[in-house]
Design a protein around this ligand. Structure first.
Ligand SMILES: C[S@@+](CC[C@H](N)C(=O)[O-])C[C@H]1O[C@@H](n2cnc3c(N)ncnc32)[C@H](O)[C@@H]1O
Length: 185
């Protein structure tokens, strides 16, 4: 945003939005949650504050996972690559919820991660994705509607159903964040 001739830095709130949206759909505080592309654990911190008790973390970066581990908010932490045909080390139907804030970005996760998401989340469980809205235009793996078409294809195939798509903070001092909530079939 341009203000007084200077570039004003917009505040990133994807992790806050992710926790708020999750809370809207998941009332049980004992729901088993996987925070994928967890980074340093910002989402986990928000969820703990909201009272969620059982949260695991997955990220491809050992460094990020070790920072998150030091916060003592996650039950289990895993260094794993998500997508690219890699199978996550979790059994089918392990989690009630996957939350992914900021994992979809320039050169980040791709839609080839969705199959594993729906495999490890129980039927009736939720997959909450939040991302900076700008990446829907800027990232070649997502733009021209590709990311959403891939989501819709999985819905057509009966794997999940879109419950909510929203864009928050359009303008103002926070970055626009797009949220997708799917329910696993
Ligand atoms: C922008 S950070 C978001 C971190 C955190 N969720 C948050 O809201 O602050 C993106 C994270 O995704 C992880 N990541 C990117 N691509 C990944 C992949 N293919 N598999 C696993 N983790 C990945 C990075 O290591 C990084 O920690």
């Amino acid at each position: 945003m341009l203000k007084n001739g200077k570039l004003e830095k917009l505040k990133y709130v994807g992790h806050v939005v992710a926790a708020e949206v999750l809370q809207k759909f998941v009332s049980s505080k004992t729901a088993r949650i996987s925070d994928v592309a967890s980074g340093t654990g910002l989402v986990g911190e928000q969820l703990k504050t909201l009272g969620y008790e059982t949260i695991d973390a997955v990220d491809c970066s050992t460094e990020m996972i070790e920072i998150a581990r030091a916060k003592n908010i996650y039950e289990n932490l895993y260094v794993q690559w998500i997508g690219g045909g890699k199978r996550l080390s979790f059994d089918d139907d392990t989690y009630d919820v996957i939350v992914c804030a900021g994992g979809f970005f320039g050169n980040g996760l791709k839609s080839d991660s969705f199959n594993e998401f729906v495999r490890v989340v129980k039927p009736g469980g939720f997959i909450v994705i939040t991302m900076r809205a700008m990446w829907l235009d800027l990232e070649p793996n997502y733009n021209n509607g590709k990311l959403e078409r891939d989501m819709q294809q999985l819905e057509k195939e009966g794997f999940w159903k879109l419950m909510e798509k929203d864009i928050r903070y359009k303008g103002g001092t926070c970055e626009s964040i797009v949220t997708f909530v799917h329910r696993v079939c």
